[in-house]
Ligand binder design. Sequence first.
Ligand SMILES: Cc1ncc(COP(=O)(O)O)c(C=O)c1O
Length: 381
Amino acid sequence: MEFDLQEYKSAWKLEEGVHHCNHGSFGSVPTIVQEAQRAIQDRVQLNTVKFFARNAMNEVQDARAKVATFLNQKAEQITLVRNTTEAASTTMRGFPFKAGDEAIVLDHEYGAVMYAVKRAVEAAGGKMIEIVVPRLATDEEVVALVEAALTPRTRMFVVDHVTSATARTFPVQALSDLCRERGVAIAIDASHTPGNFELDLDKLDADFWFGNLHKWASAPLGCGVYRVAVRWHGAMRPLIVSWQDHENYPLPWDMLGTVDLSAWLAAPAAIDFYSAIGWKRVRAANTARMRYGRDLVMAELGVGKDDLREEELPLGVIPLHKMDGGRDGCIALQRRFAEVHKIEVPITTACNQYFMRISGQLYNTPADYEALVAAVRKELK
Ligand SMILES: Cc1ncc(COP(=O)(O)O)c(C=O)c1O
């Protein structure tokens, strides 16, 4: 068995003796991109005053413009942020929730984002409503469930493009259209989107959209993108107040005090790395790796294809037998795979079930997944 682009394994420097099957959680940065980031940090240290006082703003704006081009956007349509957690908090903090308002999330929602929604809507005297969506629900069923949950009190709907725990997509265009028709703001958590989808964010026209470049675009850690629709530019402010606070979106976000800006400035190097190979080919190669591993584990556990929603994604889940122990049980099982079997693979929980979530990235070889299935045989049968 040979994977396409297997020669790129050496483009990463990863801990040896470990099978890295969890790109989805925190990404992993190719050496060439790490070097680009280090070169920026070294250059800053040669003369910090020159960098921060005279050059940083222009360099950030240049990096923002390159990231925007990658996302088929104009520079002024996006800001750079540290991550989607920050963008979600910014959105919820700035959103004009009032007493009696409702914000809807799905039961697949990422915990940190769900807490940001809950805190903001409850602080205003409103409430968060969680809708139960069966894991294998079709796109049409999802839209119908959301439509049925909208009430005259609904102000915001928050949804993942790709979910974390269940690794499924939600039909964000149809949901965005529905929300616009019904006068409800939509916030789309697109943490896994950049690099995995061709984007038309203008057509999507979400009120708030945030994605991570440090996941599937392999930018250095701390590189997120935050797009706010023009109609909300006046309401949204960075969580940290700094010198550009009098400016309009997106300028206030460009520099929030003295921080290491190298992750943003090196993001174009990551985009160039994959662009040189071809994003389409990278996506296909990653998806093929994930499917190889997933199918091996499914066969081992006797999980059928009817228990699966096939997606064109480099991450996928295998439902495990129902287990007691909640989140602690997940953490313990994940730790056994890591410490006993030297396999980094997340065990997630959602919809009252545990899942094993497998990622595919160019550094994965068939041996990673063969080791995984051998560990599954010992731990889960
Ligand atoms: C769906 C989803 N939302 C939000 C996040 C948070 O990302 P970050 O920690 O980079 O803010 C993640 C990270 O895995 C995620 O999968």
